[in-house]
Design a protein around this ligand. Structure first.
Ligand code: DAH
Length: 340
């Protein structure tokens, strides 16, 4: 066999042995010894250089070197692969707890809004939305809030220009809806509202409300009471009692505020209800006929009630959140408590 043929046959033998190694027929040590040891097949080639003419020596010398480099490179690769695969099998510790996938959660305010929507949908209320950027007319004027009313104060309202503002309450949705629809009406309208208030534990420059509007023939204050009592019991539990205190809103007459018996002490009195046994939940009243004038409803034919609930307040009570700013902090530790 010529030197050339010998080199060729070693290359071919190596390919076969590599396959055998991969199939587990020979060990790494066997493979390495066969080719790379001092008595290995490659070492045996060098003495053969003595048998060829001097002029051929450089060419064959190079050939032998390159086959040797190639084979030792491949053998090193095999051991690298071997190490990395044994590394990864080593790193699997089946007794370790698995890594949890981070999953999102529902924002507590969204949860409350969804819950309230569902409570009202069961008694025929549908959900509508009004614009957050609105005009003085919808936010104040058409709700019978006169020009000199303190609620229009620049201190409280974010004005964009003289006419345009960020709505300060969701009551403005009532006007938008009544302009476009005729009674009977049963709607709620959730959304963000904005007020230029000092940020503190209890107030933030934006918050959420749900507005409710019910208009039909012969709607009475007892309908309002029955509906809102149903709402309170579904939100806080069957044992909750409600009471209505006279109040004032320009767009309702008469107006009231609804309290629920304290959900923490069952009305006995605690520091959360300031020892009164009651928690204030919402404002409400019979829609003032003045408001109907703005939307061209005949107040001899139609009557109705409206209410406005603050969502943050409900969420703080239901989830025991002490600081309103938590809802806007984006704090994952806080938010992940509200899994579905
Ligand atoms: N818009 C009132 C507020 O922001 C809440 C309110 C009170 C809404 C009475 C009503 C209502 O619809 O009848 O404080």
């Amino acid at each position: 066999m010529s030197l050339n043929e010998k080199i060729q046959s070693i290359s071919e033998a190596f390919l076969k042995d590599k396959n055998d190694f991969n199939s587990g027929l020979i060990t790494f040590e066997e493979l390495k010894n066969k080719y790379l040891s001092r008595k290995g097949l490659l070492s045996e080639l060098y003495p053969l250089l003595n048998d060829i003419p001097d002029s051929d020596k450089p060419v064959f010398g190079k050939k032998i070197n390159s086959v040797k480099n190639e084979i030792s490179y491949e053998i090193n690769q095999l051991i690298d692969d071997e190490n990395s695969s044994s590394d990864s099998s080593f790193s699997i510790d089946s007794t370790m707890p698995g890594l949890d996938k981070l999953s999102g959660s529902i924002h507590p305010l969204t949860k409350i809004i969804e819950e309230i929507k569902s409570i009202f949908s069961r008694i025929g209320f549908s959900t509508i939305y009004g614009p957050e950027v609105d005009t003085d007319y919808y936010n104040f004027e058409a709700l019978n809030i006169p020009k000199d009313h303190p609620a229009r104060d620049m201190q409280d309202t974010f004005y964009i220009d003289k006419e345009t503002l960020l709505r300060t309450h969701t009551s403005s949705s009532q006007i938008h809806f009544m302009e476009k629809n005729q009674p009977p009406i049963r709607v709620i309208s959730p959304g963000r509202v904005y007020r230029n208030e000092d940020i503190s534990v209890r107030s933030y420059c934006l918050f959420h409300q749900i507005e409710g509007l019910y208009i039909d023939k012969n709607v009475k204050f007892s309908d309002l009471k029955g509906t809102l009592d149903y709402f309170a019991k579904n939100l806080f539990g069957e044992n909750v009692k409600t009471r209505f205190r006279p109040s004032y809103f320009p767009f309702t007459e008469p107006s009231a505020e609804m309290d629920v018996s304290c959900i923490f002490c069952n009305g006995k009195g605690c520091n959360i209800c300031k020892y009164s046994g009651w928690l204030e939940i919402l404002g409400c009243g019979m829609v003032d006929p003045e408001v109907f004038k703005f939307v061209n409803y005949d107040s001899d034919l139609w009557s109705g009630f409206a209410f406005g609930v603050g969502i943050e307040r409900i969420a703080m009570l239901k989830y025991g959140v002490k600081d309103i700013r938590m809802f806007y902090s984006g704090d994952v530790q806080f938010l992940k408590q509200f899994k579905l």
